[in-house]
Structures are given as structure tokens and as C-alpha cells.
Write a protein that binds this ligand. Structure first.
Ligand code: ADP
Ligand code: ZN
Ligand code: MG
Length: 490
């Protein structure tokens, strides 16, 4: 038997999301990513003696959004604590965080489990903290420090040890990414580090209730890496235990190049944070009125939007899932539909047409170019006007594919492309009739078959006529004219 079958993984994730506030958590410096190194700093975030932090209220508002969206209990009073450690990217010598009195506890995040059904991953807590700076080690001579990130607000979302596989972990992480972007509190960019995840892993005999000894894996900066790193670490622990060994509690770093996780030097992980309440910051109090106001202002959440796409727009569940997976894509879809317009049944028809274009063509181009919808060269209004050209018979669906590729390449207006390339659909019965006459004259054997009752050859005639018309014939008129002329021969 494969030892992997006897054991089950137990995973708990600690996810950090960098908040999209204008300013930092405890000073007025800009919290934006990028910028000249050390340009967004001040005495407070540099930890100069004698300076005092002032809490950015937006930080509380943003974490309340998250807490309410996932059903956490909101503490009427929570406390900032100092987490003490020494590292060059932390000039104060401590990080302001929350420890034993966090603002959000409990709640959960639903994932669609592989093979069907939903599973709710319970959350332990969500708390507020500040980020540290960045050390740049890539010069051989020195370590350089960029402290722009010092004091940028974060929320940390801690799950219970309730995630049952590497796949579930990555699904859970995508749900968090989806939620924070819908809530407008984080851009969800894992490559740039706005969304980060540390994974705690243990294994135990399948069905056992006690938890095994855990390790913590760090340094995974994509969904793919999270899954691969967890698979590696689960496999390592299972083999170790199956061979009679024991897991040592330690912190591992994922190396994506080499496809392994290796232990950090033990000096770096020997932590004694000596937490204590930050004497410079008052306790955070949140009253019912504030909670009520944030709840009322919550944006539409992914599940609600998905349901609205199904019941309000008549889209199939599959389409609704694909379109709402990313907020940017759902926005793009809705803007295109709004620009196309339509009412009643026409609106539902347009919704499906737009959905088809977004799901197949837009998403294909995005995934091929590994870009986001924000950078997509075709605006919703232009895609809508192209679909409009199909609806009103100006171009055929087949020609539209060609126009779309051209729009992606040039960003040009679809009408301009159609005119420049002479792609107008031909609906004129006279012109189509001449093409049909030619096709009939040179395919008499097939005409006999058709007249003999073989309906399948009709498609052959449509194809031949379209070929002669270079794909520009209006399919409806082509069908009508063909039918009329062929039947007249019988
Ligand atoms: P630590 O004291 O090491 O920070 P915590 O108890 O605070 O550990 O938990 C940190 C994370 O590790 C949480 O997400 C929690 O669910 C997870 N975790 C705790 N124990 C285990 C375990 N035995 N196996 C897997 N994950 C665990
Ligand atoms: Zn500052
Ligand atoms: Mg902990």
C-alpha cells in the first residue's frame, strides 16, 4: 500500500493581505507599491525615538469589511501589541500587531471541494498589523534596505488546522484573493507580494483526531507554488513517519527552482517575540453603529453576483462561475453588456452573447499573454459595438472572430476595421443569388442527391457558397436563396 493512503494532511494557512489604503497604518506616508526606494518614509515609520503612531481609521474599516464578509465576531474592544524581534528591515525593533485581543475571531470561508460540494474552512482570527521593509540582497557587496513598505497596513487571516489537502489550500487561497479584491481592500497580487501565505503542515493517520507535529513553509509566491510546496512537504512528512522517524517542528523555505523546501537556519527561527500591549496606541473600540455602517456599505460579494448573473441575466451556472471568479472580469462583462443594452429577452440574449465572447475569446487572450483584464486592449464599449455589428447583420459571426483578433492587436474601433478590410457582410439577395447559381451549375451530382431527398448535402451547398463569398455572405440569406433555387429545380 502507498503510505500516502494511510495518512492525511492537516494544513492551516496564515495569509497576509496588504491593504489598499492611501496612507500607512500609523503615519501619513503613502502606502503605494513601487516608488523610489526610501521615498515614502517619515520619522514615525522609521521608528525614530520620540515619535508617536496615529492609527489610520481606514485600516479598521477595511478589516471590518473582511470580518463581516466572512462572518467573524467583531470585538468591541481590541488591542495593538508589540511583536519584538531584531531584523534590519524593522527599524523600530518591533512590529505593531495584535496578539491576544484581535479585532476579528471566528468566521469561515467556503470552498468548492474537488469532486463537488462545498466545505467551510473555519477561521481562527483576523487581525491588523504593519508590514516591515524590504532587504535587497541581490548585490554581492551589501544588503540594501528599502523602507517604503515599513508601516504599510496588513491584515492577517489565520485559519484553523482544517484544510485537508494542498489542492484545498490553493482553493482556499483563491477564495481569499477573490474576496479581498471584491471588497476593494487588497489588489490580490501574489507575485508582487500584496497577498502572501505561510503554510503550517502536519500529517496524521487518516481519521485520527490528535494533530501531528507541524512545520511551517514560507516563501511561496504563487498559487502553483503553494500547491507544489505543500505536496512536497506532505510527502516528506509521510515518508519520514512511515519509515519510523518523527517530524521536527521547524520553519522551511520553499525553493521553486529546485522544487524542494529546506529548513531555515535555526538562528532565524528561534523566536521569542515578548509580546506586550503597545503603550503608544489606545485600544480600538468599534461600536454597533460603525459595524452597521460598514455592513451597509459592503460591495456585492462574489456569491451574490454569481446568483444575480443566473437569476437576473439568465446565464448558465457555469458561465456565472467563470465570469465572477475575478472581479475585474465580472466588471468587464457587465460594462460590455451595459454598453450593448437590450431589454427583456433581448437582454438575456445579449448577456449570453457577451458571456460567450468574454469566456472564450477574452479569457483566451488574457491567459495566453498572462495579463490581467485591466490591461486588455479592447475596451468594453468596443467589444459591445463589435457584438452589435453581429446582431445587426453588418458582419457574420465568423468574420467577427477575425475582427476581434484585429482589435486585440490594434485596439482599433471594430467599424473602422470592417471598413478598412472590406469585411462587410453581404445580405443582398442578388449578389448571393449569383454565387448560388455558380455553385449549382458546377455541382450537378450533388443537386441530384438533394432532389432525391438527401438533406445532408444542403450543408455542402452552404459551405461552397460561403467559400465563393469569402465568408462574408449573410448566413440567413444564403440559406434562403439556396433553398429557393434548389427547390425550384425539383
Ligand atoms: P504558532 O504558535 O506556531 O504560531 P498557531 O497555533 O498560532 O501556531 O497556529 C498557526 C497556524 O498553524 C494556524 O493556521 C493553525 O491552524 C496552524 N496549525 C496549528 N497547529 C497545526 C498542526 N498541528 N498542523 C497543521 N496546522 C497547524
Ligand atoms: Zn511614515
Ligand atoms: Mg501563532
Amino acid at each position: 500500500m502507498n503510505p500516502g493512503d494511510a495518512y492525511e494532511p492537516v494544513i492551516g494557512l496564515e495569509v497576509h493581505a496588504q491593504l489598499l489604503t492611501q496612507t500607512k497604518a500609523f503615519c501619513g506616508c503613502s502606502a503605494r507599491f513601487g516608488g523610489e526606494p526610501n521615498s515614502n518614509v517619515c520619522p514615525v515609520c522609521l521608528g525614530m525615538p520620540g515619535t508617536l503612531p496615529v492609527l489610520n481609521v481606514k485600516l479598521v474599516e477595511f478589516i471590518l469589511r473582511m470580518g463581516l464578509a466572512v462572518g467573524s465576531r467583531i470585538a468591541p474592544r481590541s488591542v495593538f501589541a508589540r511583536k519584538n524581534y531584531f531584523y534590519p528591515d524593522l527599524p523600530k525593533g518591533y512590529q505593531i500587531s495584535q496578539h491576544d485581543e484581535p479585532i476579528c475571531t471566528g468566521g469561515g470561508i467556503d470552498i468548492d471541494v474537488p469532486g463537488g460540494g462545498k466545505k467551510r474552512i473555519a477561521l481562527t482570527r483576523i487581525h491588523m498589523e504593519e508590514d516591515a521593509g524590504k532587504s535587497l540582497h541581490d548585490l554581492d557587496v551589501d544588503t540594501l534596505l528599502d523602507l517604503n513598505r515599513c508601516g504599510v497596513p496588513l491584515i492577517e487571516i489565520v485559519s484553523e488546522p482544517a484544510i485537508g489537502s494542498p489542492r484545498e489550500a490553493s482553493l482556499y487561497l483563491s477564495r481569499i484573493r477573490q474576496l479581498v479584491t471584491y471588497l476593494g481592500i487588497c489588489d490580490g497580487n501574489m507575485e508582487e507580494g500584496s497577498l502572501r501565505c505561510d503554510a503550517n503542515v502536519s500529517v496524521r493517520l487518516r481519521g485520527a483526531s490528535a494533530l501531528g507535529t507541524k512545520t511551517e513553509v514560507k516563501n511561496m509566491n504563487s498559487f502553483r507554488n503553494v500547491e507544489r510546496a505543500l505536496e512536497f512537504e506532505v510527502g516528506r512528512q509521510v515518508r519520514l513517519i512511515a519509515d519510523g522517524g518523527t517530524v521536527v517542528q521547524e520553519t522551511l523555505l520553499w525553493d521553486a527552482e529546485r522544487n524542494i523546501a529546506f529548513p531555515m537556519r535555526s538562528k532565524e527561527e528561534a523566536h521569542d517575540y515578548r509580546y506586550f500591549p503597545d503603550p503608544d496606541l489606545a485600544a480600538v473600540t468599534v461600536d454597533e453603529a460603525w459595524i452597521g455602517a460598514v455592513r451597509k456599505a459592503l460591495p456585492e460579494l462574489p456569491e451574490t453576483r454569481r446568483d444575480r448573473f443566473i437569476t437576473g441575466l439568465g446565464l448558465p451556472g457555469y458561465d456565472a462561475d467563470v465570469l465572477t471568479a475575478e472581479k475585474g472580469v465580472a466588471d468587464y462583462f457587465e460594462e460590455t453588456l451595459a454598453s450593448l443594452g437590450g431589454e427583456g429577452a433581448g437582454r438575456a440574449q445579449n448577456a449570453k452573447a457577451v458571456s460567450n465572447w468574454v469566456m472564450t475569446d477574452v479569457l483566451r487572450v488574457l491567459s495566453a499573454g498572462k495579463t490581467s483584464v485591466a490591461e486588455f486592449p479592447v475596451s468594453p464599449a468596443r467589444l459591445a459595438s463589435m457584438i452589435g455589428l453581429i446582431v445587426d447583420g453588418t458582419i457574420s459571426g465568423k468574420i467577427a472572430k477575425e475582427v476581434f483578433e484585429d482589435m486585440v492587436a490594434t485596439g482599433e474601433d471594430p467599424r473602422a476595421i470592417v471598413e478598412r478590410k472590406g469585411l462587410l457582410q453581404v445580405s443582398d439577395a442578388g449578389a448571393i443569388g449569383r454565387a448560388v447559381d455558380g455553385v449549382i451549375a458546377s455541382n450537378m451530382p450533388q443537386v441530384q442527391k438533394y432532389l432525391g431527398g438527401n438533406e445532408k448535402v444542403f450543408a455542402f451547398f452552404v459551405g461552397e457558397t460561403m467559400k465563393i463569398m469569402k465568408g462574408k455572405g449573410n448566413p440567413k440569406v444564403v440559406n434562403e436563396v439556396l433553398r429557393r433555387k434548389l427547390d425550384a429545380l425539383g
